[in-house]
Design a protein around this ligand. Structure first.
Ligand SMILES: NC(=O)c1ccc[n+]([C@@H]2O[C@H](COP(=O)([O-])OP(=O)(O)OC[C@H]3O[C@@H](n4cnc5c(N)ncnc54)[C@H](OP(=O)(O)O)[C@@H]3O)[C@@H](O)[C@H]2O)c1
Length: 244
C-alpha cells in the first residue's frame, strides 16, 4: 500500500527536503503552501508522486488541507507541519498582533491539522504526526530576540506529548523534530549578517549550519516504520548546538 503524507511548507526549505525524502521512500506527498506548483512540477518531472494543495494556512481553515489531501489521494497516513514564519523583535517591541500571527501559524495550526487528520489515521491503525520545533524549544532564542516564536516552539513540545499519549492506542506516533540552525530563506536575515552568523556558528560543535537534508533524513526516519516505538519525543538535530 502506498502511504500518503501531507506536508505543510513543502514548497521549499526543510519541508521541501522532507517531501523529497518521503517521495524517494515511496510515499505520495501532498504539498501544502501558498505557492506549491513549482515544487510539485519539479518533483513530477522526476516521476515522483507529489501533488499540490495550494492553501494559505493563515487565511483559510487549516482543516481544508486535510480535506484536499483526502479528496486527491483518498487516504492520509503522515502529517508534517513545517510551514512557519518568524517576527524577530524584542518582547518590548512585539505587538499582540505579531504575537498572535506567530503563535497561530506554528501552534494553533498544528493542533487544528492534527485534530483533523487523526481520525483518518485511526481508521487504518497507523499514523505519524511530526511537528517541527527548534532548538528554541529549549533555549528561548539566541542573539536574535524571538519571544513569540520560541514560545510557540516550546508549546509544540506540550502538544506533542499530550497527543502522543492520547493517540498511542490508535497507532499514531507524535513527535517533534527540532532543527538547529539551517540555511534556508527563513533564516537568511540571520546567516547573511556576520554579527549573528559568527557567534552562532562558533557555538556549533560540528562547525557548520545544517542543510535542509540534514534535518529531512531524520524527519523521514520519524515518519517511517523504524520509528514505531518512538512517540512523544523531541528529536534535536542541531550539530551539537544545545550540548555546548
Ligand atoms: N531554518 C531554520 O534554521 C529553522 C530552524 C529550526 C526550525 N525551523 C522551522 O522549520 C520550519 C520550516 O522552516 P524553513 O527554514 O524550511 O522555512 P522556509 O524555507 O522559509 O519555508 C517556509 C515554508 O512555509 C510555507 N508557508 C509560509 N507561510 C505559509 C502560509 N501562511 N500558508 C501555507 N504555507 C506557508 C512556505 O511556502 P509558500 O511561501 O509557498 O507559502 C514554505 O514552504 C518552520 O517551522 C521553522 O520554524 C527552521
Amino acid at each position: 500500500m502506498q502511504r500518503v503524507a501531507l506536508i505543510t511548507g513543502g514548497s521549499r526549505g526543510i519541508g521541501w527536503a522532507l517531501a523529497e525524502e518521503l517521495l524517494l521512500r515511496g510515499f505520495r506527498v501532498g504539498i501544502v503552501s501558498r505557492n506549491p506548483s513549482e515544487a510539485v512540477e519539479a518533483f513530477q518531472a522526476r516521476d515522483l508522486p507529489a501533488f499540490a494543495v495550494p492553501l494559505d494556512l493563515t487565511e483559510r481553515p487549516p482543516q481544508e488541507a486535510v480535506r484536499q489531501v483526502l479528496a486527491q489521494a483518498g487516504a492520509l497516513h503522515v502529517l508534517v507541519h513545517a510551514a512557519g514564519l518568524n517576527i524577530r523583535k524584542p518582547a518590548l517591541e512585539l505587538s499582540y498582533e505579531d504575537w498572535r500571527r506567530v503563535m497561530y501559524l506554528h501552534l494553533d495550526v498544528a493542533f487544528l491539522l492534527a485534530q483533523a487528520a487523526a481520525p483518518y489515521m485511526a481508521q487504518t491503525g497507523w499514523g505519524r504526526v511530526l511537528f517541527i520545533g527548534s532548538v528554541t524549544t529549549f533555549s528561548g532564542g539566541g542573539p536574535v530576540h524571538i519571544p513569540a516564536y520560541a514560545t510557540a516552539k516550546t508549546g509544540l513540545l506540550g502538544l506533542t506529548r499530550a497527543l502522543a499519549k492520547e493517540w498511542a492506542a490508535l497507532g499514531i506516533r507524535v513527535n517533534l523534530l527540532c532543527p538547529g540552525y539551517v540555511k534556508t530563506e527563513f533564516t537568511a536575515a540571520v546567516w547573511q549578517n556576520p554579527a549573528f552568523y559568527e557567534p552562532i556558528t562558533n557555538r556549533i560543535p560540528l562547525g557548520r549550519w545544517a542543510e535542509p537534508r540534514d534535518i529531512a533524513r531524520v524527519g523521514a526516519f520519524l515518519c517511517g516504520e523504524e520509528a514505531d516505538y518512538l512517540t512523544g519525543q523531541a528529536v534535536v538535530v542541531d550539530g551539537g548546538f544545545l550540548a555546548y
